[in-house]
Design a protein around this ligand. Structure first.
Ligand SMILES: O=P(O)(O)OC[C@H]1O[C@](O)(CO)[C@@H](O)[C@@H]1O
Length: 450
């Protein structure tokens, strides 16, 4: 099977000669640091050899639980946020029929995501939708205490128990959480739910190849074996003994850091396939939480083309020259659709007659790349053969390891996220959570003084 390919030529032309090679030594050291576990945050390196350590027995266990839920439920609600949501969401969106939610298909339950927001209307509408339906809940939280997820889980658990009774609900709830800590673990053990463990040394944004991602993905009927095989192939391709010039993750990490050092502060992940929208959301958390710290870090942004060419295209072509693009290009669509000839040609589109829709898309892609490069936007191109589980597996591991390397080039601990606590602390103080009495007083005084 074909490996993903990386082309940095249209980024390199914006850099001083030798800028990427100047980072070679540091990049090789960073890759070695990951292998030897000497990097900052080294207690969170469990993802590094995760693909090759996944056993067929473990995958069979995940698939068996997924099959069981698929056979019992019309709807499966995946409750989780951040890394406990985005990996599954990006793979499921990427590899399912775009109109799956409208298709009445007895084999695949509707997969619905929740626990990733606190919208009262969202949750109200979800609880309404679930009324009278047999639904299952996968409650995913590493800490087991994340407010958005815990709040949603309580709502849904209550509804499920009311609808089917406590005993039957037990069979329809699965927890994916820490082995020992957190409310989600306590609840799962006490209620007797089936559960999967999130390894201690795998942080949320690196956890898609643990049951956090694998269980929901299997519930959607996607081939998790191939996902893992793709990740394993990329693990080999980015191994510590692969020379810098042949390691795509090392080259990508060095290139984006060279661009950053030369004033390109924003990276826009581009796709030309609507199915990749949530891939970018996953990627933004991966790089945003890993690198945005110590007042440093490339800002990870994303655009869906050609859609956003009609909204953000102007800015990208002509705005401040602090951006670069990384484009994920999909070589082959899964399906064939030819553009029809029309005798009257009222729309003037007969010049496209007989062409694949993808040919139009590919020309839009090439035309955009040339225009943006001409407009001063460096372009990194990542090509994959097609959107399938194998290629998704490759892409996931590629960006994970690139991120692990890149964080070191930037000089940060890529595996913590201390900054996310600030909003939580304020929210708990404002909501008068027990234990936050001092913070409540302080924040009320602050607001009164404003
Ligand atoms: O799995 P958990 O512990 O609910 O965390 C969800 C997300 O929240 C964060 O911890 C940020 O608060 C992310 O790093 C994580 O992916």
């Amino acid at each position: 099977m074909k490996s993903i390919s990386l082309d940095i030529t249209k980024a390199q032309q914006f850099l001083p000669a030798g800028a990427i090679m100047a980072l070679k030594e540091q990049t090789v050291a960073a890759r070695k640091g990951l292998e030897e576990g000497t990097v900052p945050g080294n207690d969170f390196l469990g993802w590094l050899h995760l693909p090759s350590s996944i056993t067929p027995e473990f995958l069979a266990e995940v698939k068996a639980v997924a099959e069981d839920l698929r056979s019992k439920a019309e709807v499966i609600v995946i409750a989780g946020i951040g890394g406990s949501y985005l990996g599954a969401k990006c793979v499921i969106e990427g590899l399912s029929n775009s109109f799956q939610w409208l298709v009445k298909d007895a084999k695949t339950p509707a997969i619905v995501f929740a626990g990733n927001n606190i919208g009262e209307d969202y949750l109200y509408e979800l609880t309404q939708y679930l009324q009278g339906k047999t639904f299952a809940i996968i409650n995913i939280s590493k800490s087991g205490t994340t407010t958005e997820t815990a709040l949603t889980f309580r709502l849904l658990k209550t509804q499920l128990e009311q609808q089917v009774g406590k005993e039957k609900a037990k069979d329809l709830i699965v927890a994916v959480t820490d082995a020992k800590k957190g409310a989600a673990r306590t609840c799962a053990d006490k209620e007797g739910y089936r559960s999967f463990i999130i390894p201690d040394n795998v942080g949320g944004r690196f956890s898609v190849l643990t049951p956090v991602g694998l269980l929901p993905i299997a519930c959607a009927g996607i081939d998790i074996d191939q996902l893992v095989v793709g990740a394993q192939a990329m693990e080999l391709q980015c191994a510590v003994d692969v020379p810098f010039e042949e390691n795509p993750a090392a080259i990508y990490a060095a290139t984006r850091n060279a661009l950053y050092q030369n004033g390109k502060k924003i990276e826009i992940l581009i796709n030309y396939q609507p199915k990749l929208h949530f891939y970018a959301e996953w990627w933004k958390q991966l790089f945003g939480e890993s690198e945005g710290k110590d007042k440093k870090g490339i800002f990870p942004a994303s655009c869906d083309f050609t859609t956003d060419l009609h909204s953000m295209g102007q800015w990208i072509q002509d705005g401040e020259r602090t951006i670069f693009e990384t484009c994920i290009s999909v070589e082959n669509p899964d399906n064939t659709l030819l553009f029809p000839h029309d005798e009257e040609n009222l729309d003037g589109l007969n010049f496209l007659a007989g062409k694949h829709i993808d040919e139009v898309n590919k020309n839009a892609e090439l035309g955009t790349r040339l225009a943006h490069v001409d407009g001063g936007v460096p372009n990194i191109l990542i090509s994959i053969e097609k959107l399938d589980a194998y290629n998704y597996g490759q892409l996931i591991y590629f960006f994970e390891i690139a991120c692990g390397i890149s964080g070191q080039l930037l000089g940060v601990n890529a595996f913590n996220q201390p900054g996310v606590e600030a909003y939580k602390k304020n929210m708990f103080a404002l909501l008068e959570k027990p234990g936050y009495e001092e913070e409540t007083k302080a924040i009320r005084a602050k607001l009164a003084a404003e």
